[in-house]
Design a protein around this ligand. Structure first.
Ligand SMILES: [Zn+2]
Ligand SMILES: [Zn+2]
Length: 145
């Protein structure tokens, strides 16, 4: 695999990963991300699943996003840190919670999703705003443009 390896871990360090070739970074304001993170939104960084290697056991919580498609949220069973999500709407993509990266300098969000759920005080300098989710094709077209 080419490209600089990015290392990340959960809060307690039992789960670690190495990821290469980030696709894009996004902000998600959906209510599920607010609840899971305990914060106002998630900041995530997308990788092709084959470009991420994990070390350590992850637990999984699955539900359906409002697209009706499955979302798996993987977290450390010891410290509870959210590490990665896998969304049926984006097959083959690992959606890593960017705060778990050691070095977050690769994180530069290019779009905001679920802006209709955005908390009223939030104002982020990311111009591409989508009211709900967006298809990966549409997103990548927007990112490329
Ligand atoms: Zn942990
Ligand atoms: Zn979300």
């Amino acid at each position: 695999m080419a490209g600089k390896a990015l290392h990340g871990q959960c809060l307690c360090g039992r789960v670690e990963y190495t990821a290469r070739e980030p696709i894009a970074s996004l902000v998600c304001h959906c209510k599920d991300c607010q609840r899971q993170s305990g914060s106002a939104f998630s900041v995530v960084i997308l990788f092709a699943a084959q470009n991420v290697e994990y070390c350590g056991e992850l637990s999984t919580y699955s539900n359906k996003g409002d697209t009706g498609l499955k979302v798996e949220r993987l977290f450390c069973p010891k410290c509870g840190s959210a590490v990665v999500s896998r969304c049926e709407v984006m097959p083959g993509v690992d959606v890593i919670k960017s705060g778990t990266l050691d070095d977050t300098s690769a994180v530069q969000p290019v779009a905001q999703l679920y802006c209709d759920r955005e908390q009223s005080w939030v104002e982020l300098p990311v111009a591409s705003r989508f009211p709900l989710s967006v298809s990966p094709e549409m997103l990548l077209a927007r990112v490329a443009g």
